[in-house]
Design a protein around this ligand. Sequence first.
Ligand code: ADP
Length: 502
Amino acid sequence: MDIHPTLIAQIKKHLSEFAQHDPGALALWQSISHHYYSMERDKRLTEHAFEVSEKEYQELLNDLRRENDLKQQSISKIKAVTLALDANSSTEHREGEDLLDVIQFLERQIVKTKILEEELLQAKEIAESSSKAKSNFLSVMSHEIRTPLNAIIGFIHLMSTEPSLPTQEDYIKAINISSQNLLNLVNDILDFSEIEEGKIEFLYSKINIRTLIHEIKLANTFRANERENRITVMLDEELPTYVLGDEVRLSQILNNLISNAIKFTHRGHIRIEIHKFAEGENHQQIQFVVKDTGVGIAPESKTLIFERFTQANSEIDRQYGGSGLGLSIVKKLLELQGKDISVESEPDKGSTFTFYMDFGKCPEEEITLSPNEDRSSQHLAGVKILLVEDVYINSVMAKTMLKNWKAEVDLAENGQIAIEMCLQKNYDVILMDLQMPVMDGITATTKIREFDPHIPIIALTASSSYETQNDIKACGMDDFIAKPFNPYVLFETIKKRVMRVV
Ligand code: ADP
């Protein structure tokens, strides 16, 4: 075995020549040299071990730094997001770096959110109950206004069927138009609240579209003359005479557009155009255009005018009044039928409103006379009618009208009396008011249906709300006529129900 060089150097330095070469000491040098070698190996091993752990430590440290950076970035992001959730929170949260900060902040946010949730729930309940109170109020008010209006409109109709002085004829027309305007306003207000609550049902029946347009034109002529406007109607030759649709809603849309056209035009021209636009197997699409040569609408107001309570021309609007509800009702009525309305307009040149509506085709056999067609030879002679009405003035008016049609009329002042009269005499039809003292019309009808399931019962009421219409159907009534009623509609409905006796 080689002697370790360090040991050789030490022997040479410290021992004599003789001792260096002493054969007896060689074994000793070899044994010591062996320890030197093993010490040297251990030292190298230890140094290597230190090198390795230093490297791993550095790597670990780098990993930890990266993770820490990531953690800090995540905390900052969570903070940014949570702070965005609460714009009002103070900046103290922004400066804290600790995750605990964020957790505490989130806890506070959760508590705040819960409080907010509870407040929102309470606000929703308050809003719902005030909206219910609003619709109840509107429906009560509408009933109260419609009841006297019914008498006014009815008596005007009766006056217009009797001879009068030429000047009185104009007055009668003026009262008629004013009361119709008042009725439209009441209808708009009630309709608006019902449409907003999604409580609207379309009732389809046969419409003589040509007659309807003629009536609408007539109803608007007086006001058009007042503004020195001319109204012309252009009906496409291919337009069918009869279609199936909701006459009340169609009239409401057209009346709104035409009355606006008249209001915003002076010494001009209002043109109503109706075209058959498309036809399917069971339906036809009709295009309606209402054009005027009036003040027009500024481009920036074109979409605003369909918003509720919005008026585009404050000066003219102040002069002629208006609720700002008309066009929003028109738009909603069309939207509920999957349709839209468009407007083209230029200030001082006029406006053109266009909309389309789908109608069912009217089967040939259903084509008979419609309201306002010539029925001078028609009457209700021999028809026994029980009129159930508690408001004296309304009963006088309806009785006179029915008697003019030669019907036999008895009057019951409430539901209880109506039941007793029905048990004593056979009537052909009952005209039933709904709100009455002692017994209301719904209860009376339910009781009458227990002993007479067939007698036609027509609701004649000033409450036209959605709930009322549901009650009417549910209690077994056959038809519904809203007060103030159109005399022709009343005549047609009675006639339809008592066809066998006329
Ligand atoms: P209003 O009861 O005020 O007429 P509408 O909803 O029917 O309410 O109409 C909203 C507004 O749209 C009107 O106030 C008016 O400024 C504008 N407008 C509607 N129709 C016309 C038209 N034919 N010509 C000019 N402006 C119109």
